[in-house]
Design a protein around this ligand. Sequence first.
Ligand code: URA
Length: 438
Amino acid sequence: MSILDILRKKRDKQTLSRTEIETLVQGITNKSVADYQVSAFLMAAFLNGLSLEETTDLTRAMAFSGETLDLSGIEGIKVDKHSTGGVGDKVTLVLAPLVASTGLVVAKLSGRGLGHTGGTVDKFEAVPGFQTSLSNEHFFDQLRRIGVAVAGQTQNLAPADKTLYALRDVTATVESIPLIVASVLSKKIAAGADVVVLDIKYGSGAFMPTKAAAQELAKQMVAVGQRLNRSVSVLLSDMDQPLGIGVGHTLEVEEAIDTLRGQGPADLNEVVLTLGAMQLVGGGKAEDLEAGKTLLQHQINSGKALIKFREMLLAQGGDPNVTDNYSLMPQASIMEELKAPQSGYIHRLEALKVGEAVRSLGGGRFNKDQQLDLAVGVKLHKKRGEAVQAGEVLATLHANDPDKLAAARAELAAAYVIQPDAPGHSDTLIGDIIWATP
Ligand code: URA
């Protein structure tokens, strides 16, 4: 069958067979299908949808479109986690060493920041010397030795997704649930872990605007995972306001270390403990969520989680002394306070605008080749639901370039919505948990 037949079928709302989907993905990978034809497929899939069977076939074909990591030679249960992205999301920095300190193997491939959202690879680079570009040999050897490694995604893993993702970005087809499922799960399957936990975020700083949309995405992730024999569980969590109090690379590493010491902000701690406990349950180390959280809290209180973090830094060329001396990381030269213009209660603290403010300071990218300023960022002293007096400090901007301050100041000020009365409802951080079906 030709690519035209495949396009015609999807255009006419018919169901594609596994062979047709494999032919399409092969053609995308070896570039024999032109970008305009892939774009036509994407729009047809966006408008007419894909069945669960088609989504499963697409995910499988994309997962095996390039290199796959075979972790079976590494002893123990291998766990992985993926967040759909947000502002102040430094969860991996805490979660990876914390969970590894319990004896599970954490094999994590991470990405760089995109748009207003931050990326784990960039954050780790605030630690002097830390390398995320690891050879397969280094990655595997480190997993065997210390049970945890966080590396940048290699070019060869699920290459079909690279083409599809780039074209979705420019054809207004990013927000399609089946296409998101195939994109995320194909990379997780190619990366080889036994247990996958996803953190799907919703709200102003996430690409799923509502909890209902996030729930539908989660359901499909779990169902496709089950069809491909992978344990995929999903946490739904709020990203309407940033997670934690620091946004920006050095600030987020500092907060991750504080959290590994048991001194982190409550919301970050809650998301970390929940995701970690889900991994422990999936990996057979805990009976249920509560038992998992208790074990993880013990690893924090006993100092074992922080020791594992230092081992990981050392194994990847980073300076472990940062855990005791934050000034070893890049520091901003200008501190400017943002003060409350009026008294009242914080009704909103929009993650998207805080992310944009940090990007304006140089901490995020406007184009993909931009060098980041790892020292800059925002520290949030007041968050949603809190009362403030006029003139009280809401947040501190950490800047290096005075010319970039004006835009960042305006964006940060617009992120805070203050009203005279207390908000009538309290927002929940953890929206739902959808467990892998056996
Ligand atoms: N992250 C991905 O890797 N793919 C998507 O489609 C969306 C978020």
